[in-house]
Design a binder for this molecule. Structure first.
Ligand SMILES: Cc1cc2nc3c(=O)[nH]c(=O)nc-3n(C[C@H](O)[C@H](O)[C@H](O)COP(=O)(O)OP(=O)(O)OC[C@H]3O[C@@H](n4cnc5c(N)ncnc54)[C@H](O)[C@@H]3O)c2cc1C
Length: 382
């Protein structure tokens, strides 16, 4: 067993770490306060090749492996999680369905501007009545005269409403399967399609500078060929997309947890009480030691899940375990980081207050902790 990162993985980690430290972190407080989408930083990420890391160079990507991509997500999220989720939702949810399931023509048409970071793309699965029960979609697409006529709505969709957004791929019911269940198909909807209505951004507790909106489809019409794969392929496709996304969200959580430890350690060394830095008190040292230990474990869990993916082996169980453990590790780390800051941790001028607000969503997005436990239990044969 070799835990050493190869040269490319280390180079990507170092580039992202430097970019996060020098460019992202100084703007993180302002981004959280204003909630403004960070166009300049996102474009810089594109120029660095970070918005197309795992895609082949022929499609404008960087040709990096899946672990490198996850490590990049960790480092960017260590700088700011709004940036981390913008990158993750664009890559894992928005662009990768084109790469994994698109025809050659679709890949050539859609992937290069996404991989080069000139455009963002969204994936719309969640609906007002279909969250954890993602197969319970109510959005319908009816085939008429060679076109899909789409009606329905989607909730909480990331990256659909920015000036850089090219469109969204949505799940829709397109018929009934022979077993009586709904046939679900992934349909490509470019931004200016008539009947595709992008709602106002939600007001959020965290991830404030990321773009999250409701979407509505009112007699929205796209050509019959604008599906990923054929009718009925959608359910299997989005399950596969979500498994990869969970590893990336685990990496995002590790990045945030690491940021909590960075700030807590720095503060504990500076803050003096009873005549000495609080880092000299064993109670504080043990908190820091526990954070460090859990973060290392969570990191190894997402490394292993990514490694399995790269070997072409099943990794759904490990992806769920990594996402579950890393998101809960990040929550504990944020809580302890605020505790170590005492009253100052409750003040917005300290980053840990922002980390504490932002961490909760990690246990909800791309499958709640309950859903991850359901996947793990199913693997146990329950
Ligand atoms: C900021 C943000 C960004 C997002 N981005 C996207 C995006 O880009 N694309 C997209 O499609 N979606 C996106 N989502 C949606 C996200 O994936 C869902 O919120 C999530 O899957 C949970 O669905 P829900 O909110 O409807 O909760 P629900 O499914 O209603 O769950 C409510 C509670 O019930 C629990 N629960 C539900 N079913 C069960 C069960 N069978 N057993 C035990 N407990 C259960 C859940 O775990 C949870 O605790 C985003 C959400 C947020 C908040």
């Amino acid at each position: 067993m070799d835990f050493t990162l190869n040269e490319e993985q280390m180079a990507i980690r170092d580039t992202c770490r430097e970019f996060a430290e020098q460019e992202i972190k100084p703007l993180a407080e302002e981004m959280d306060r204003t909630g403004a989408f960070p166009y300049a930083l996102v474009r810089q990420m594109g120029e660095l090749g970070l918005l197309g890391l795992p895609f082949p160079e022929e499609y404008g990507g960087a040709g990096a492996d899946f672990l490198s991509y996850c490590i990049a997500i960790e480092e960017i999220s260590r700088g700011d999680v709004s940036m981390g989720i913008t990158m993750e939702a664009h890559t894992s949810l928005g662009a990768s369905p084109f790469y994994l399931f698109g025809s050659d023509k679709q890949k050539e048409q859609y992937l290069p501007p996404l991989a080069r970071g000139e455009q963002l793309w969204a994936f719309g699965l969640t609906e007002p009545g279909a969250g954890s029960d993602s197969g319970g979609s109510q959005t319908r697409a009816i085939l008429r005269d060679g076109h899909w006529h789409i009606n329905g709505s989607k909730s909480f969709i990331t990256n659909a409403g920015t000036d850089m957004s090219g469109g969204v791929t949505i799940t829709a019911i397109t018929g009934k399967r022979t077993d009586g269940r709904n046939e679900i198909t992934n349909i490509i909807i470019p931004k200016n399609t008539p009947g595709y209505i992008i709602g106002n951004p939600y007001k959020k507790m965290g991830w404030k500078a990321s773009d999250t909106r409701p979407l509505t489809f009112e007699d929205c019409v796209v050509p019959e060929g604008d599906t990923l794969g054929g009718p009925g392929d959608g359910f299997k496709q989005f399950m596969r997309i979500l498994v990869g996304g969970r590893v990336a969200i685990a990496a995002l959580s590790v990045g945030l947890a690491q940021a909590c430890l960075d700030e807590a350690l720095k503060y504990a060394r500076e803050r003096k009480q009873f005549g000495q830095p609080i880092s000299k008190f064993q109670a504080i040292q043990f908190k820091l030691a526990d954070m460090d230990t859990e973060i290392e474990l969570a990191r190894l869990m997402y490394y292993k899940a990514a490694w399995l993916q790269m070997q072409g082996k099943p990794y759904s169980r490990e992806a769920s375990m990594a996402k579950l453990f890393a998101s809960e590790t990040a929550k504990r780390a944020a809580d302890q980081a605020v505790q170590i800051h005492g009253g100052y941790g409750f003040m917005d001028e300290y980053p840990v207050s922002r980390y504490w607000r932002s961490v909760k969503i990690n246990e909800i997005g791309e499958g709640t902790s309950e859903v991850q436990r359901m996947v793990i239990a199913k693997n146990l044969g329950c």
